[in-house]
Design a protein around this ligand. Structure first.
Ligand code: OOG
Ligand code: MG
Length: 254
């Protein structure tokens, strides 16, 4: 089985690297297998010189669960190569069929793992930023099962981060606006993220610990999309404006 997991990790890593879709893996994998494939495919990125910068949560909002038909919390590993410049250009050719979604990002000042209270989670937060996540499934037609998407690093692909804000003020109901070319495509609230994005950080600490990992000081944790994701096309100017936290944006290049 181990050789097979390596093979699947390599094929998903190649699919991401070459921006070419692959068929779904099928239903024979366990969730443990899927996280093991994820870990091995990210290890290939690290072996090429990328650096781990944190993790992302998935399916923390009803809008995302409904859009993709998956309703379990999942997570993925983020590397430095996934960070795109705030306000800069992101090239479409890097991706298979990218989509964008509005998120909240946490920067940690202390390690966090296991069962923690929201207060302990907040105490580990150095700063909070508005963020845009570009997700890109490596599977044909952006369709997957729970184990498929976990193996594919939970569709992690790129992100932009807006300004870092001091933590402390409540995050549980910040209005947000996702616009494309100056036209609002979605209004929402951070309340869509498990009622409060801080709950997503609490869940992140628990989920990584189940796989023997720790959220480290200096790492970024993405709390998950607050609205359904939108398809990206060349030429778009995508901007997220979040109450109190500020904005982040990018331009989609060819
Ligand atoms: C899986 C990743 C989900 C989120 O924020 O819920 C996710 C996907 O939708 O492709 O990033
Ligand atoms: Mg996301």
């Amino acid at each position: 089985m181990s050789a097979n997991l390596d093979g699947l990790a390599a094929s998903l890593d190649d699919a991401a690297r070459n921006a070419v879709a692959v068929p779904q893996l099928g239903a024979t994998l366990t969730l443990d297998d899927a996280y093991e494939i994820q870990s091995r495919s990210v290890a290939r990125r690290l072996a090429r010189g990328e650096r781990r910068i944190g993790m992302k949560m998935g399916f923390t909002s009803r809008a995302k669960m409904q859009q993709m038909g998956v309703s379990d919390l999942i997570w993925g590993r983020l590397t430095d190569a996934m960070i795109a410049e705030d306000g800069g250009q992101v090239r479409l050719t890097r991706f298979v069929h990218p989509r964008v979604e509005p998120e909240v990002a946490f920067l940690l000042r202390k390690p966090l793992a296991g069962i923690v209270t929201p207060l302990q989670a907040l105490d580990a937060v150095e700063a909070v930023a508005p963020a845009l996540e570009i997700i890109d499934s490596r599977y044909e037609n952006f369709r997957f099962s729970l184990t498929d998407v976990v193996a594919d690093n939970s569709s992690s692909s790129a992100l932009t981060l807006g300004p870092w804000n001091a933590p402390g003020a409540p995050l549980d109901n910040l209005g947000l606006m996702l616009s494309i070319d100056g036209r609002v495509q979605a209004f929402g609230s951070t309340a869509a993220i498990l009622g409060d994005p801080l709950r997503s950080l609490v869940a992140a600490a628990r989920l990584v610990a189940e796989r023997g990992e720790v959220l480290e000081a200096g790492q970024v944790v993405m709390a998950g999309g607050a609205t359904a994701a939108l398809e990206l096309r060349a030429g778009m100017f995508v901007q997220l404006e979040m109450e109190r936290l500020g904005r982040t944006s990018f331009i989609v290049g060819e």
